[in-house]
Design a protein around this ligand. Structure first.
Ligand SMILES: Cc1cc2nc3c(=O)[nH]c(=O)nc-3n(C[C@H](O)[C@H](O)[C@H](O)COP(=O)(O)OP(=O)(O)OC[C@H]3O[C@@H](n4cnc5c(N)ncnc54)[C@H](O)[C@@H]3O)c2cc1C
Length: 506
């Protein structure tokens, strides 16, 4: 059932076995997976089905540090998220890839790295996430793509490998899942319902109420069995910090970890390639491939240092993605994000020649740094809630990963006789170019088995609070270089399984 919060009588108290806050890919996947569980589910979504300016303004935050630059424009934090049924999937690009196995490891090269579980734990859930994100196949090995689609693999050596990305439809989780949720007997999706605070018992061990407001300030509440906070990568930390009725530091924040270790995926224009004419770049630019049983789908292959090369070089995970050759400045080339299939021949020709060549944009994993963080500021939003302050900067290990990634790739392409890479293509050091973001917010309620180092445990449960979970990229301890949504949806599937078992037992 879909309900408008504004139609509920003032001070309504709903009860639910599971109260999910946020109806983006994370929250809606959990809700969908619980439809047949018999559990009574309430989903609180701040937005409506359609975009609404006043609601969107609730996502406004102050940005401190390096700025959020995307496609050449400086963005406000609110421009990087959508408050609407379906969340930010209403305008995501749909680029997908799971994390690599070593992304889960504790790595000497990356301070504060290590998930509490390995890749095997998420593998079955990635399979389900591939279906949820409407991808063609759960296959990522370059050899599979070569064997099944004829994709030419540029490089696959001990130091540099090919990393395959698939594109989702892109799936709009709101329109996609709304019919099933509207028809579900035990699910109520409440729109225009912004969660204001999680009220806990006097000993702080359980959430006993979620207070809610409409845009016009009409209040209601939910009495939850368990609560799942699925409000993206920044807002979960904000909600925990705002919920300071018992612990002035906020919920789950006994060790001052809530909000810390915020990560983005920095993108830097790092190189320009001159390829030999025989180099087949058709898998290296975004383009259609015919996939057995799934028809034509958009795919894209980048080049990445292998896990061993990363460890040897003391860097995090990075990938170089190729953008088309327009004959203009690297900036203009970067903006040609999609190269039509028939431009590939031209690209190869240009690569051999004189005027211009593909630009290599390096996207890197950021080292989790406690100084990159979300805190509460003094500005208030339209509901009188303190807005978030997001402090985000590139730190030396991040630039080290950018530069070393492009150097390793340049070396591998050169050794293979495929290309020469001009590093620092603008004529000044990469580090002096403004870095761009990926619109990927991660890490602010990180997962760690030890409450001193993480906000949630391996099951995404907030340490010390019996019935409070977080689902989304805020729980990522590290980010790898893959876009986050496939992993978010995999974690949502896994959490739904856990809740189906746990909530029954309570
Ligand atoms: C331009 C752009 C392109 C992107 N492209 C890609 C891509 O190619 N690949 C990729 O993997 N990712 C991409 N992303 C990121 C992707 O959109 C997010 O990873 C994904 O949407 C996160 O899902 P989520 O459910 O965790 O959060 P969101 O989608 O942000 O949803 C959170 C929901 O919570 C609601 N909410 C927030 N606060 C409250 C509150 N207090 N009470 C009630 N509800 C609340 C919001 O209204 C929203 O509906 C892109 C993002 C942008 C902006």
């Amino acid at each position: 059932m879909i309900i408008e919060a504004a139609t509920l009588p003032a001070d309504t108290e709903l009860t639910a076995d599971v109260c999910i806050i946020g109806a983006g890919p994370a929250g809606l996947t959990v809700a969908q997976q619980l439809i047949s569980s018999g559990l009574d589910v309430v989903v609180l979504e701040s937005g409506e089905e359609d975009y609404d300016e006043r609601t969107q303004a609730l996502a406004g935050a102050t940005l401190v540090g390096d700025g959020f630059r995307f496609n050449g424009a400086e963005l406000d934090v609110a421009q990087t998220r959508l408050r609407q049924l379906g969340g930010t999937s209403n305008h995501w690009t749909g680029q997908c890839r799971p994390l690599d196995a070593h992304d889960f490891d504790q790595r000497d090269a990356v301070a504060n790295s290590g998930w509490p579980f390995g890749a095997d734990e998420l593998a079955p859930h990635y399979k389900r996430a591939v279906t949820s994100c409407q991808l063609a196949v759960n296959e990522w090995a370059p050899t599979w793509w070569h064997d099944h689609t004829g994709a030419p693999i540029l490089v696959d050596t001990d130091t540099v490998t090919t990393s395959v990305f698939q594109f989702s439809a892109p799936t709009r989780f709101g329109p996609e899942l709304k019919p099933a949720l509207a028809a579900a007997k035990h699910v109520r999706v409440v729109l225009g319902a912004t969660a204001l605070e999680l009220q806990v018992t006097p000993d702080g061990s359980r959430v006993q109420a979620v207070t809610v407001s409409t845009l016009d300030g009409q209040h209601s509440s939910v009495k939850p069995g368990v609560v799942v906070v699925a409000t993206g990568g920044i807002e979960p930390a904000r909600l925990l910090l705002l919920s300071n009725g018992v612990n002035p530091a906020g919920l789950g924040n006994d060790h001052d970890v809530v909000g810390r270790y915020f990560m983005e995926h920095p993108h830097a224009i790092a190189g320009r390639a001159r390829f030999v004419p025989s180099a087949d770049l058709s898998f290296s630019v975004i383009g259609g491939r015919t996939i057995p049983g799934a028809g034509d789908r958009l795919v894209w292959a980048g080049l990445s240092p292998t896990a061993k090369a990363q460890a040897d070089a003391g860097i995090g995970h990075g990938v170089a993605l190729m953008f088309g050759a327009g004959g203009g400045s690297p900036r203009e080339d970067r903006e040609q994000a999609t190269v039509p299939a028939d431009a590939v021949d031209q690209l190869v020709t240009l690569g051999a020649g004189t005027a211009s060549a593909p630009v290599l944009t390096v996207r890197v994993e950021q080292e989790p740094n406690p100084d990159n963080r979300v805190t509460l500021g003094d500005d208030l939003d339209g509901l009188g809630q303190r807005r978030a302050v997001v402090t985000w900067r590139m730190h030396p290990p991040d630039w080290h990963t950018v530069r070393t990634t492009i150097e390793l790739i340049a070396d591998a392409l050169g050794r293979a006789g495929l290309a020469r890479i001009e590093i620092d293509p603008s004529g000044k050091p990469i580090e002096e170019w403004p870095v761009e973001i990926g619109n990927h917010h991660m890490g602010t309620t990180r997962m760690h088995a030890d409450p001193a180092h993480g906000v949630v445990d391996a099951q995404c449960q907030v340490h010390g609070i019996d019935n409070l979970y977080v689902c989304g990229s805020s729980v990522f301890p590290t980010s790898g270089m893959a876009n986050p949504t496939l992993t978010i949806v995999a974690l949502a599937h896994r959490l739904a399984d856990h809740l189906r078992r746990e909530v029954r037992r309570r």
